[in-house]
Ligand binder design. Structure first.
Ligand code: NAD
Ligand code: MN
Length: 353
């Protein structure tokens, strides 16, 4: 029996609903396989905890978390806590504390899902987001706060080591794919320091991967290519901010934000990696039981792959595709099914296989 210890942080809003659903599906998968089991340990690190106790993560919390095989995360964000506090105190504290520098975001139109984009069937992208520095380095400040001449700075920090490791990661990922194509996205015409460093290091690293075909785009231009020529792209590497934005676009083009998964990887495995749907806590639908849990199921597939459970990962992905193809869909995809309907259907399908 192979056993994996999973730290579960449902967080806020629909994060709680979709992670609950994801755990059910993982348990069904384990039961069916017979030789696989998950030990889930729940952590109540959420905005509610922050409002009650003044902290998201208790003292020694990260240390405790560091002993798990993986982290399954929902979403964080509350109308009662400023977003920059919830994000930095919980999600970024884990990503940066555990050096999860590679954020991997696949985008693909699943069977039965209607995209509003013409030609969307050809979307099969993986966006690699630098996850440890850049625009989200936490560098900057405010002076003369509250006065008319107030100044706020937000300083992006790009280190050569940080840039090189994300490029190497992206090249290796591209190399493992049939098309072996990598697109570099920066804004090195207007931003002439960190972005030019990104470009230079990219072309230096490229020499080690001659079988990967490369091209480059400016971030504004690449949005038009994603919409007008989706079939021309494969793996995309971009900075923390740029890839954050591009991956929401990619999710919407492939049907819904509710479907898209992501992995925050520590490739050296010195600390656990964290897996989460890319969406947030969705104030508008939280508590209604109508959140699309497919993003958290697909997230579980990425977690299984990371845990070396490739057979279980393939089985779950196949079950997700049968589910979306069946037309049982939540409201964001134009259907009327609830989170529970969708979860029950996929669990039943897994049991039948
Ligand atoms: P959001 O992703 O929560 O919601 C955007 C829209 O997409 C909403 O209309 C929502 O109903 C819809 N949506 C998202 N996920 C869905 C799903 N699974 N099923 C059906 N519909 C879905 O983004 P937002 O509204 O910008 O942010 C809300 C809060 O979440 C904020 O506090 C924000 O900071 C936080 N947030 C957290 C994360 C994270 O934890 N990784 C990511 C994004 C936003
Ligand atoms: Mn985002």
């Amino acid at each position: 029996m192979r056993s994996h210890r999973i730290a579960v942080i449902p967080g806020d809003g629909i994060g709680q609903e979709v992670i609950e659903a994801g755990k059910k599906v993982l348990s069904a998968l384990a039961e069916k396989s017979g030789d696989l089991c998950f030990e889930f340990v729940d952590f109540d690190w959420s905005s509610q905890r922050y409002l009650e106790k003044g902290e998201y993560i208790p003292a020694g919390g990260l240390d405790k978390l560091s002993r798990f095989d993986a982290i399954y995360f929902g979403a964080v964000g509350s109308q009662d806590v400023p977003d920059h506090i919830s994000l930095w105190e919980l999600r970024l504290a884990i990503c940066q504390g555990f050096d999860q520098y590679a954020n991997v975001r696949p985008a693909r139109v699943l069977p039965g899902v209607n995209s509003r984009l013409k030609g969307a069937e050809s979307i099969d992208w993986i966006i690699v987001r630098e996850n440890s520095e850049g625009e989200y380095s936490g560098n900057g400040g405010r002076v003369h706060q509250g006065f008319p001449d107030e100044v706020g700075t937000e300083v992006s920090v790009f280190t050569k080591k940080g840039v090189e490791r994300i490029h190497r990661f992206a090249f290796q990922l591209a190399q493992s794919r049939p098309r072996k194509q990598l697109t570099l996205v920066t804004k090195s015409n207007a931003q002439r320091y960190g972005m030019v460093l990104w470009d230079e290091v990219f072309f230096e690293v490229a020499k080690d991967y001659p079988d990967v075909s490369i091209d480059r785009e400016l971030v504004d231009a690449v949005t038009t290519r994603m919409v007008l020529k989706p079939e021309t792209m494969d793996v995309i590497v971009a900075t923390n901010l740029h890839a954050d934005i591009l991956s929401d676009l990619a999710a919407a083009l492939s049907g819904s934000l509710g479907i898209a998964p992501t992995a925050n990887l520590n490739p050296a495995r010195t600390f656990p990696s964290m897996f989460e749907p890319i969406h947030g806590s969705a104030f508008d639908i939280a508590g209604k039981g109508i959140a699309n849990p497919v993003g958290s199921f697909w997230t579980a597939v990425m977690m299984l792959e990371h845990l070396g459970e490739s057979t279980a990962a393939e089985r779950l992905m196949a079950a997700i595709e049968r589910l979306t193809a069946s037309g049982l869909q939540t409201k964001d995809l134009g259907g009327t099914a609830t989170t529970r309907d969708v979860t029950q259907a996929i669990c039943a399908d897994i049991e039948r296989q």
